[in-house]
Design a protein around this ligand. Sequence first.
Ligand code: SF4
Length: 330
Amino acid sequence: MPTQLEQQANKLYKQFHHLNWTLDECQISAAQIIEINKLKKEQNAVILAHSYQRPEIMYGVADFIGDSYGLSLAATRTKSEKIIFCSVHFMAETAKILNPQKTVINPVQSGCSLAESITAKDVQNLKKLYPNAPVVCYINTSAQVKAESDICCTSSNAEKIINYLPNKEIIFIPDEFMAKNLQARTTKKLITWNGRCIVHEQFTSEQIKDIKKLYPEIKILAHPECSPSVIHEVDLATGTEGMLNYIEKSQAEKFMLITECGITDRVKTEFPQKKIIGTCFLCPYMKQTTLKNILQALKSPTKDQIIDLDPEISQKAKASLDRMIEITRK
Ligand code: SF4
C-alpha cells in the first residue's frame, strides 16, 4: 500500500511529466503540498493562484486558478474567511478591495513592472492636463491608482469599456502597448502612459514570422500587453483565460503562446494532446511565490503578508472596480 507521500508524488508525476519533472522533484514538492493542504483545511482557508504561478502551486494546493479578474471574483464567491492569494501584490490588493471583510494573505508581496510604472500623483497630474477625459485604469495598478481612476478594466473588457463611455477622449493607463492596440480598434482618442510588462515586451514580430514559416498551420495567440507589431502577426489577441478557452475549442494541434510560461504549463498539463511550439518568458515577480512561502504564510503570517488598506482608498478603488463589473455584465 503506497504511503500518502508516495500517492501525492505519483499524482504530481502523472500531471507534470509533460513538464519534464522527475519523480524525485515530485516527491520533494509532495511533502509540502500535503502539509499545506492539511493546514488549509484546518484553517478553513482557500488558496487562489494566478495562471502564471508555479505548476506545483496551481495543481498541488490551489482551489482556483485564473486571471486577475477571475481570481477577484472567486475571492468574492468563496465562503472561506481566509484567502491565501498567490500572485503579485496588486492582485491580492484587488481581492481585498472587493472583499474588505475577509482576511487576504499574500505570501510574497512581489511587484509588477506595469503596476509600478505609475503613481496616484501621476494620475492626478494627467487629470489636470486633460480635465474632461475620464480615467480608465488597467487592473494591473495599485489600490491608490485605482482610487484616482473613474473605472478599472482588464485585457478582456478594455475595448467594451472604452466604447461604452460617452467621452471622445479617454485617459488609458498605464500600459502603453495595450493602449496602442486598443487605439487601432476605436475612434476614441486614448491618452496613455509609458508602462510596459517586462515579460510581454520581450516578444518580437520576427520571432512570430520565423515560427509561421516553419509551421504554416500553427495558431498563434498573444496577450494584449504585447507590442502592436506582435499583435499584427497573430491569430488572436486575448487574455490568459481567452487563450485557454480558444485552445480547448480549437481543432488545431499546434499553438504558439505569446505570453508568460505559466500558460504553457497549464496547456501542457490540462491539454496534453496539444503541442506548444516556440518560446515563452518567465515573470520574475510571479515566480517569487513558492510552496515554502505559502506554508510559512499559513503557519504564521507576518504583518506585511496580511493585506491592509486605507479604508478611504479602498472604498474609492472599489467604486472603479464595481463600475467595471457593472459594465462588463451589460
Ligand atoms: S507578467 Fe507582466 S503584467 Fe503580469 S505580473 Fe509579470 S510584469 Fe506584471
